[in-house]
Design a protein around this ligand. Structure first.
Ligand code: V47
Ligand code: SF4
Length: 373
């Protein structure tokens, strides 16, 4: 746990000139450069980086840490894109392929609603046979049946695909989805923006410019969105910072991002393979994100990819949010994560309290629903 009174002393006494310079910038509230963030990634002074990040987090969020009572629904795992890192998406003829009917989806939303759930997070594969109307109607039916539930649905990759199959612009599509009941866009599909990395891990789906353009259009229409970064595979530290820099620039323009979510790569059951990165790398990534993304209010420690214990530690190293109860996570579980598939609200409250923070149940837009002091 960081002793906040000692942060100035920590900066003053750090034995590396460059790190001291970065620390001084942080204490003065100045923006870090690309080079600063790369230096933090390469630094072996983990405690220093984490302490600075938690200093910034406490200035922004005090002792509060957020969670939401939500459910993830993945209507289908059939996907035409076959990204090499993904263990969830399969071709239609694969014996693991599934597709939920509307009744099944509505039943899941009803269960969530009856449990006091605030949010449904709906994303899936990109099936070859879905029409544009299928995406819009699903949102419409969920909202019509449960108007109080916040619908966070379809990644920028899905919106870009809708544009390809319908010939409509992002603006037309997002306006129609909004009219049907869409409240927010999740952050999935960003992966790593670098063309070099995308060629290896996701050559066919929406590219960086398209991802960012969808989010920019959503922000223009008043639809808040989240941003992710899948790290720990073939990317370099420089490519992670470049990714965050592009998000920071768009956030300067629009202010429409609510949270940044670093997603730790899990290597099982896919073509890319490799190994799971270290917990130190996970925590450093959270900390550098907190320090670099000065215009993002929230950094999520996604317990599904990090594991519950590292997510707890992250709440003291720059992160202020755990995501939610989720109920039924499929995407990262296909790739081998050892975390639970879902958690009760009580469990999330306990995880946050045991991390020394005050649990705040929130809605999708970070509006507090209850504080468990
Ligand atoms: O885009 C896929 C990632 C994402 C693997 O917006 C993998 O609030 C690790 O974006 N190892 C979907 N990750 C999940 C996502 C998300 C999750 C929670 C909250 C929000 C939000 C968004 O999962 C994909 C991809 O980046 N993913 N395969 C894997 N093997
Ligand atoms: Fe399909 Fe998404 Fe998996 Fe890529 S990451 S294969 S787009 S489900």
């Amino acid at each position: 746990m960081v002793d906040m009174a000692k942060i100035e002393i920590l900066v003053e006494r750090v034995d590396n000139k460059e790190l001291r310079f970065i620390g001084e910038k942080v204490l003065e509230g100045k923006r870090l450069s690309f080079e600063d963030a790369v230096k933090l990634f390469y630094s072996s002074n983990f405690n220093y980086v984490a302490s600075l990040a938690e200093h910034v987090n406490r200035k922004k969020n005090g002792m509060f840490a957020y969670f939401v009572v939500n459910r993830q629904i993945n209507p289908t795992n059939v996907c035409i894109y076959q990204c090499s890192f993904c263990s969830f998406g399969v071709v239609r003829s694969d014996p693991r392929a599934y597709e939920m009917g509307l009744d099944q989806i509505l039943k899941k939303v009803e269960e969530t609603y009856n449990m006091g759930g605030r949010e449904v997070h709906i994303v899936g594969g990109i099936p070859p046979h879905w029409r544009y109307e299928d995406y819009v109607n699903l949102v419409r039916e969920v909202k019509r049946s449960f108007p109080e539930v916040i619908v966070k649905a379809w990644t920028a990759v899905e919106v870009h695909h809708m544009s390809k199959i319908s010939g409509k612009s992002y603006e037309e599509i997002l306006s129609e989805l909004k009219e049907a009941g869409l409240d927010a866009l999740p952050g999935g599909g960003a992966e790593i923006f670098s063309d070099r990395v995308r060629k290896i891990i996701a050559p066919y789906k929406a590219n960086a410019e398209e991802y960012l353009q969808v989010h920019k259009t959503a922000h223009k229409l008043g639809i808040p969105t989240n941003a992710t970064m899948l790290y720990g595979h073939v990317e370099t530290y420089e490519e992670r910072v470049e990714h965050m820099e592009r998000l920071r620039s768009l956030q300067d323009e629009t202010g429409g991002f609510q949270v940044f979510i670093p997603l730790a790569y899990w290597p099982h059951g896919n073509r890319l393979g490799g190994r799971r990165t270290s917990s130190v790398d996970d925590l450093k990534t959270i900390a550098v994100a907190r320090l670099f993304l000065d215009n993002f209010e929230h950094i999520k420690a996604y317990w599904v990819t990090l594991g519950e214990r590292i997510a707890q530690v992250a709440l003291n190293m720059g992160a202020d949010d755990l995501d939610g109860t989720i109920e039924e996570e499929k995407i990262v579980h296909s790739a081998g994560t050892s975390s639970a598939v879902g958690h009760t609200k009580e469990k999330l409250i306990k995880l946050i309290r045991d991390a020394g923070k005050i649990p705040v149940e929130r809605d999708t837009f970070y509006k507090p629903v209850a504080i468990y002091a």
